[in-house]
Design a protein around this ligand. Structure first.
Ligand code: FDA
Length: 453
């Protein structure tokens, strides 16, 4: 067992941990980043599967994600726009397949009016609640006591409006069933993206990708940190006093003044803390869980849908694949579709064998794009639920009542132990932008404490 001494030990080499480590090192503090996997990046992972470069984890960048955009500029990484020429497809409650343009689903006039009305209410709520301290809002308790589904039912009788508005947060973002999280949690999701209207606008949310893949962010940050990053080192135990901490991983022990747990909050309890964490932290961590979504990649000889005047963008709360997009790589002659199967739908297809699951998912893609979608040359399912060091996708959120009850203390350090994750972010919550923001903030908090000593 190697033993080293550093000012700060960072547990987890995702975007958040590596950002914090970079800032700390730039300010003259020594760091060691301990990563459980044999690679850096965590939920950012680009791999080549049967000759196709696939972004298995996070990939999109939106214009409001200024912390991520600044990092991309600093690392000299270029972006390209998602293909979006042509019409989109919507499959309605009646099973009708409709082509449409713009960012409003082609529903009947009454449903469209209801959707618009709900969006106005949710924009107002997102603005008033905000992303920074949703738990401090006068209506926090009330909004955290009602499920997203019940809130929608309370606010409209129109089932299709409810299903569509529900989708933008449930299937598309938190990847949990609508009855499993609160209206307050849904409003935080919207506020963190700037507004509910932004969530509805896929051209905004899914604007750009990085040429060569978003995992280059952690790869380059780690490269700059050099020998300070240690792979294959799952941290099993943190022994701490008020001003010192020892991180014990499988092959290395790091003695430090501060630690940053830069892992998703659902994994906090995998580490043995000595002494145990305060009881409220123990409680809180049991109320933070990861959603579940299958990101499906289907690569075709050509982007055949484009010839048909289609953008590749499709939506339906009534399909197994609730949304899909043209995800063709930069300057790639082949065409790639990426689709998503969320929460209970993912549970259901994971009970099938791989062939039956693939058939069900391709049938759903074919319902949108036609029979040609049945024959990809490469087919791959990102299965984050079985990844030991993540355990779901995309990110962690509180269960019912948890945000109002515990949110105010989610980032409070325990002695020398700090918490850094996209899933604790205000702006950029559950996104790479948030991971980077929290990484900067955590480093800043440690630097301030260190300098005041
Ligand atoms: P992250 O989970 O990335 O890193 C934590 C690290 O800690 C991991 O490397 C893990 O191995 C390590 N670790 C865990 N336990 C450990 C232990 N005990 N000891 C040592 N190491 C340990 N975002 C976005 O902005 N745009 C998008 O398009 C998407 N899409 C998307 C798709 C999919 C399929 C996923 C899974 C996620 C996204 N996201 C996304 C979300 C985005 O990827 C995510 O929010 C950030 O990458 C999280 O970065 P963090 O550093 O906070 O955690």
């Amino acid at each position: 067992m190697t033993e080293i001494t550093r000012d700060v030990v960072i547990i987890g080499a995702g975007a958040s941990g590596l950002t914090a480590a970079t800032d700390l090192k730039a300010r003259g503090l020594s760091v060691a980043v301990l990563e459980a996997r044999d690679r850096v990046g965590g939920r950012l992972w680009t791999d080549t599967i049967e000759g196709a470069m696939l972004e298995i984890g996070g990939q999109w960048v939106s214009p409001d994600q200024t912390a991520l955009i600044e990092t991309l500029e600093n690392l000299k990484l270029d972006t390209f726009s998602r293909y979006r020429e042509g019409e989109s497809i919507y499959i309605g409650r009646d099973g009708k397949h409709t082509r449409y343009s713009g960012d409003r689903f082609p529903v009947d006039a009454e449903t469209a009016a209801e959707m618009d009305r709900l969006i106005v209410i949710l924009d107002e709520l997102a603005e008033s609640v905000g992303a920074t301290e949703p738990w401090a809002h006068p209506r926090a308790q009330e909004l955290d006591s009602i499920t997203w589904q019940a809130w929608l039912e309370e606010n409209t009788d129109n089932i299709e409006a409810r299903d569509n508005i529900g989708l933008f947060v449930a299937e598309a973002m938190l990847t949990k069933p609508r009855h499993a999280f609160s209206a307050l949690q849904a409003i935080l999701m919207a506020a963190s993206a700037g507004s509910f209207s932004n969530l509805v606008d896929e051209d905004f949310i899914l604007d750009k990708r990085v040429i060569g893949g978003l995992q280059q962010v952690p790869l380059r940050l780690a490269e700059n940190l050099g020998d300070d990053v240690f792979l294959n080192q799952p941290v099993r135990r943190l022994e701490y006093t008020d001003d010192s901490v020892t991180a014990i991983a499988d092959g290395i022990t790091v003695k430090a003044q501060y630690a940053i747990m830069a892992v998703p909050p659902n994994l906090y309890s995998r580490v043995d803390y000595q002494p145990p964490l305060p009881r409220l932290k123990h409680q809180m961590h049991q109320h933070m869980s990861l959603g579940l979504v299958i990101k499906v990649h289907a690569v075709y000889e050509t982007p055949f849908w484009r010839e048909d005047g289609l953008s590749g963008t499709v939506f339906s709360p009534y399909q197994l694949v609730h949304e899909a997009y043209d995800n063709t790589n930069h300057e790639d002659p082949r065409g790639t579709l990426v689709g998503f199967v969320s929460d209970q739908h993912a549970d259901k297809v994971f009970m099938q064998d791989a062939e039956a699951r693939k058939a069900a998912i391709l049938d759903s893609l074919a319902a949108y794009y036609g029979e040609k979608a049945q024959n990809p040359v490469v087919y791959y399912e990102s299965d984050w639920g079985s990844e030991e060091w993540t355990r779901g996708a995309y990110a962690t959120s509180f269960d019912m009542g948890g945000l109002a009850r515990y949110g105010a203390m989610q980032s409070t350090p325990v002695g020398p132990i700090y918490w850094s994750s996209s899933d604790l972010a205000a702006e950029g919550f559950q996104h790479v932008d948030g991971a980077i923001r929290v990484g900067h903030d955590t480093a800043q908090a440690i630097i301030a404490r260190h300098e005041s000593k």
